[in-house]
Design a protein around this ligand. Structure first.
Ligand SMILES: [Zn+2]
Length: 224
């Protein structure tokens, strides 16, 4: 497989695949995977790991093939040229593997609104909570808020263009309020919220939101 061209097998690698140190095995997989993926949005390939591996290692068994498949799973989430990929392949029979890779962020959603709806349903499922309606409107000073009784979530449209992290931050925040049926920010709130949005990502999103709201307020002042 041409994907392995970049891999220079040293003579000491002429041993069973499974006996290689983990980082070398992963390097083999990584080379294969990145070599195969760089030009494709979605890659589907059926190949025989034993055949691929035999080019580099003296004795390859079906155990090696299974190990190879497991190793590829280890690097299932990886980045090539800034694009995230996931491995969804599986071993067929014992020595043939179907490698299926898909872009995680394949084709950005048509609009931030669409992305917001996608994030909403993802978090609804994770929290086990249902929103009555997502309302997206322009607000001058508010980032997002919710009504516990009507189960509506309101998000400031002006902030949606700030990226997925911000969208996740805003929606996760309001859904946790709906889940806990309170608008307070106690320990339980932050426990659930940070399970969806880790503190670092939340901090970054907050900075962007505050900056944008400040700009909106300034623009408003300048015009009036
Ligand atoms: Zn809140």
């Amino acid at each position: 497989m041409s994907a392995l061209v970049g891999l220079k097998p040293a003579s000491r690698r002429l041993e069973p695949y499974r006996k290689l140190p983990e980082h070398e095995r992963l390097a083999v997989c990584q080379t294969l995977v990145t070599g195969v993926l760089k030009d494709f949005w979605t890659m589907r390939a059926t190949l025989s790991p034993t055949r691929v591996l035999r080019k580099h290692f003296r004795r390859v068994t079906s155990h090696d093939a299974q190990r190879f498949v497991d190793d590829v799973k280890e690097i299932a989430l990886f980045t090539v040229n800034g694009v995230k990929w996931a491995y969804k392949g599986k071993l067929k029979k014992r020595t043939s593997v179907k490698l299926v890779f898909e872009r995680i962020d394949a084709r950005a959603p048509a609009s931030p609104r669409e992305l917001a709806l996608k994030v909403l349903s993802e978090y609804e499922e994770r929290l086990g909570v249902k929103t009555a309606k997502l309302v997206i409107r322009r607000y001058k000073t508010r980032a997002a808020f919710c009504e516990l009784r009507s189960r509506r979530v309101y998000v400031n449209e002006s902030l949606l263009g700030l990226g997925e992290e911000v969208i996740r931050y805003l929606i996760a925040h309001e859904l946790v309020h709906l889940k806990l049926r309170t608008t307070r920010h106690g320990d339980e709130f932050y426990r659930l919220f940070h399970a969806l949005v880790p503190p670092e990502a939340a901090g970054e999103a907050e900075r962007r939101i505050v900056k944008k709201l400040f700009q909106l307020a300034e623009g408003d002042g300048a015009h009036g």
